[in-house]
Write a protein that binds this ligand. Sequence first.
Ligand code: S6P
Ligand code: ZN
Length: 192
Amino acid sequence: MPTVLECPPEPLRVVVSPDGMVDTAAPTLVRRISELEGLYEDGQAWTQLVAAGDPVVYTVQSSPVPEVEHELPLSTTTILPGTCAGEFFMTKGHQHVNPEGEIYLGLSGVGGLLLFDGGTSRWIDMAPGVIGYIPPVWAHRSVNVGTEPYRFLAVYPGRAGHDYQWVLGNGLGLRAFGARSGFELRPQRALR
Ligand code: S6P
Ligand code: ZN
């Protein structure tokens, strides 16, 4: 996530509308599937999706709170519904560079919070009103397992930092695929 350099001089009031949109003037990051190389199990299907229009997978709306020590930035992420060869659309996933915890609050849609500490994977079902707590050192990724956009609020210490390389090399241990019951979690195969 980009660092927002301008520090708000006053306490901040943020409106979360019923459809989950956070009302801030901060920039929105758009992640297309081409930026998620090496993350989906089926690399061939990923290549086809990139060629067939390179769909947006998720967007992240930041707040004006800067990502610096002592601050408490917040953002909303919206993951669109979709799959790559049956594997649900998801965020890149990251570990915090500095071991800091984080809070997610489900705003709309249904999803999951996948966590991995390098040995154990955990899955937290997310829905509007559900809080997911991410302890320090646990890598985390969000997944949309529904048919509508899945949106959540994230609040995290400004000094946390984001390491994406660790997840590229280690994965999250589990993958979420569509199934008759909605979704199923499968152990990840060896990463290339
Ligand atoms: C930041 C927090 C979220 C994610 C966002 C996108 O600590 O966990 O705001 O940045 O959900 O995910 P990712 O893995 O692409 O940063
Ligand atoms: Zn995080």
